[in-house]
Write a protein that binds this ligand. Structure first.
Ligand code: HEM
Length: 490
């Protein structure tokens, strides 16, 4: 028997807004018992700026979660406490590897309820951290959005999160649309599948336009030095000052060190949904396609392979990750299109258009990562070579970490280079294409020698560097060496 097609309401997914909640995120917790949390949230940037956040949190009493009722309240509590935790860890001259009981005790409880790790995630910074500016206007309009909490209080940080909110909102209707397509494919209804794919391709184009707007209000240097430093997780963070990770002290004296990735858009369930529904498969970096793994049955994607993208599901809210697994079991569009490729050109063209749009989205993203991480990382290294050690001696965080790690050889440690990882994900997107022209178009090789991405230009200084460099992305820790393959270090 074929598995049933997932019903969105069973996973808390909105037919209109997708993985954003149906009920708008709360702007404060209704129970006055939580006023202390709310007043820290309202003053977070000033407390970080004055370096008084740690003192305030150390004096904060351990509040119970019994006053949290509706899901929206649990989500707001999670959002606040993860912002506090990251502010506490990274908001000093050196990071602090112990999260005190006033945060840890309620946070661990809340995370169990929401089925999510006790660390800032895409859900905390994006999905549950926005409000519309005008209540009668839509939230898929980037110019109608505001954030609820940020670390820096900057427009850049708000914009960084809000571009993703708008993408999630605009992309939301694709979810029920494509589940309709799955049902239609089961019935052999090619006209409906084609129509759904055409609408999907158009929406994907909209999402690319939204992604392009990142440059409008988020400055790359500010992102690299100021925003990214607060988002850092605790995994592979030795050089940034957390050799053991972080301990969530619950006051029992038995707490142990743990390591988590920081929030990343790789944790967006929406983008993973697109891959699954279209039958796009991602392999560990450097691994070539294996024709023998192809199967004809419904839900072909899905012996889960170990790779970074798959692992990011552990950072999604539990129901969202379960939804992706269940969609994987029914995804049939690729097989349906393949089985009719010879006779149904409109269907093949609509399918290829979706792949092409998703691939184009990833291309825009690669340009962004180049501009927001690769280039500032180079500048950082060049600057650190010319700066005296005394000038930076007193500060340890993510921004100083890549400088420190620049002196380490990482070849052979199994690390993955960031841009090749993203390029592979992009190229895998085109692999299932049907039409010959589409295959040719989507398998064309973008030149990688010399790392010549559009924004990258030619950097003479970096050519003198023969050492591969480790850089912290968002969730992952990446080698910046173009030549490396293997499994990533995240
Ligand atoms: C300044 C903006 C951005 C930067 C600097 C950035 C950076 C990165 C980095 C470094 C990675 C590698 C994984 C990691 O270490 O976290 C990544 C992966 C990813 N990012 Fe972004 N990102 C940005 C915006 C976005 C947006 C707005 C989206 C879409 C909502 C997005 C979607 C993804 C996806 C889906 C992946 C996983 C790889 C893939 O599926 O192709 N990113 N990003």
């Amino acid at each position: 028997m074929r598995p049933p097609i997932p019903v969105l309401s069973e996973y808390g997914i909105s037919p209109k807004y997708g993985f954003l909640p149906d009920v708008l995120p709360l702007t404060r917790l209704p129970d006055p018992y939580y006023n202390k949390w709310e007043s820290i949230g309202a003053n977070l940037q000033s407390l970080i700026l004055s370096k008084r956040l740690r003192g305030v949190i150390d004096r904060l009493p351990v509040l119970s979660t019994v006053g949290l009722e509706h899901d929206a309240e649990w989500r707001r509590a999670y959002m606040l406490l993860t912002f506090f935790a990251h502010g506490y860890i990274w908001g000093g001259d050196t990071p602090c590897d112990r999260v005190p009981p006033s945060i840890s005790v309620p946070l661990l409880d809340i995370c169990q309820h929401l089925e999510i790790p006790p660390v800032s995630t895409y859900a905390a910074s994006v999905l549950w951290n926005f409000k519309p500016l005008f209540i009668d206007e839509e939230i898929d309009d980037l110019d109608n959005l505001a954030t609820l909490v940020t670390f820096t209080g900057s427009l850049d940080e708000s914009w960084f999160y809000l571009v993703s909110v708008a993408i999630e909102a605009r992309g939301g209707p694709i979810i029920p649309l494509m589940l309709t397509a799955v049902a239609a494919a089961r019935q052999g209804d090619s006209v409906t599948v084609t129509r759904c794919l055409q609408a999907f391709a158009e929406r994907l184009d909209d999402l690319g336009e939204l992604l392009r707007r990142m440059h409008e209000s988020c400055d790359p240097g500010f992102f690299y030095r100021r925003i990214r430093t607060f988002l850092a997780g605790s995994k592979n963070m030795a050089e940034a000052g957390l050799p053991r990770g972080v301990m969530y002290d619950d006051g029992s004296g038995k707490s142990e060190y743990v390591q988590y990735s920081g929030p990343s858009n790789a944790q967006s369930s929406l983008i993973q949904f697109f891959d699954i529904i279209l039958g796009v498969e991602h392999r560990p970096t450097g691994e070539k396609p294996d024709p023998s793994s192809e199967s004809e049955r419904e839900g072909r994607s899905r012996a889960p392979k170990h790779n970074f993208i798959q692992d990011m599901r552990r950072y999604m809210p539990g129901p969202h990750a379960r939804f992706l697994n269940d969609v994987g079991a029914v995804a049939n569009i690729r097989e349906f299109v393949e089985s009719r490729a010879a006779s149904d050109r409109p269907l093949s063209i609509a399918y290829d258009a979706c792949l092409s749009m998703l691939r184009a989205f990833r291309d825009i993203h690669i340009a962004i990562v180049t501009r927001y991480i690769v280039l500032p990382s180079r500048e950082n290294r060049a600057r650190s070579r010319s700066r005296s050690p005394e000038a930076t001696r007193n500060r340890v965080n993510l921004a100083t970490a890549s400088k420190n790690e620049a002196h380490k050889k990482v070849k052979g440690t199994g690390g993955t280079a960031l841009i090749p990882f993203l390029k592979q994900a992009r190229d895998e997107t085109g692999e299932p294409s049907i039409e010959t022209w589409a295959r040719k178009f989507m398998s064309r090789q973008t030149k990688v020698s010399g790392q010549n991405d559009f924004f990258l230009g030619k950097d003479e200084k970096s050519e003198a560097l023969d050492e591969p460099v480790v850089e912290h992305g968002l969730a992952g820790t990446w080698s910046m060496d173009e030549e490396m393959g293997g499994i990533c270090n995240y």
